[in-house]
Design a binder for this molecule. Structure first.
Ligand code: PEP
Length: 255
């Protein structure tokens, strides 16, 4: 089974939620519930929570991630955080290209690629988000959109560096809306991303790549989505803020 070649990864995306104090409380609640996970568990948190989150999870099986990073190492980019800054804090993961960054903050495929490159150059593992808008799905161009986003984001990324990339397929219409892609829709696009990566690298590289689904995944629908042959994990927004629900999703990925 190709699925056995890949690591299942369940990652929370906390978005703009939780102060450092609240972050510590949430992680303390999650820790015992996921300690026996047979998948990788990650919490991507706001920048101001990173140190608290690293301290709170030290010695546990929870990896910590940031939600973005800039492509330059330093300079006049008010409000941005660089990949070397994350590296200096020993933050292992970073989300790049989330649809909320693309929609509200002008991220393009080109800036996503620059951020991916900077993150990889600094030893981080990237959770790269791709996904179509509802209009694009209705126009029947989901495959083209997602393949193009994947190809541009991975420009200049070597096969060796690809081992530190996780791709999250996140249909924009399913994020934070309570509308989930069906298991078949999720699997179809994850498989398409995998064959796009195979075209860029090789099937060996593509079969080793962890591809997550994200978009209103919750305790109820996780098992069916995660049972799909090309869905290797989840990027979880809302449900990652609820310890019991997040733990249920981790359990579903641990089967
Ligand atoms: C996300 O933020 O990546 C996400 C999938 O959010 P939600 O689970 O809330 O739809």
């Amino acid at each position: 089974m190709n699925k056995a070649l890949r690591k299942a990864v369940i990652a929370g995306n906390w978005k703009m939620n939780k102060t450092p104090c609240e972050a510590r409380e949430l992680l303390e609640a999650i820790k015992p519930l996921v300690q026996n996970a047979k998948c990788d568990v990650v919490a991507c948190v706001p920048f101001v929570d990173l140190q608290t989150a690293l301290d709170a999870t030290a010695g546990s099986n929870i990896g910590i991630g940031a939600e973005n990073c800039h492509w330059e190492a330093s300079g006049a980019y008010t409000g941005e955080i660089s990949a070397p800054m994350l590296k200096a804090m020993s933050v292992p993961y970073v989300i790049i290209g989330h649809s909320e960054r693309r929609t509200y903050f002008g991220e393009t495929d080109v800036t996503v690629n620059k951020r991916v490159r900077a993150a990889l150059d600094n030893g981080l593992t990237v959770i790269l988000c791709v996904g179509e808008y509802l209009e694009q799905r209705e126009q029947g161009i989901t495959g083209e959109v997602v393949a193009l986003q994947t190809k541009i984001a991975l420009q200049g990324v070597s096969a060796d560096e690809l081992k530190r990339v996780i791709i999250a397929y996140e249909p924009v219409w399913a994020i934070g809306t309570g509308k989930t892609a069906t298991a078949e829709q999720a699997n179809e696009v994850c498989a398409l991303i995998r064959s796009t990566v195979a075209g860029l690298y090789s099937w060996a590289a593509a079969n080793a790549l962890t591809i997550q689904y994200g978009g209103s995944m919750n305790a109820q629908n996780a098992a069916e989505l995660l049972d799909q042959p090309d869905v290797d994990g989840g990027l979880i927004g809302g449900a990652s803020l609820k310890p019991a629900d997040f733990a249920e999703i981790v359990k579903a990925a641990s089967r």
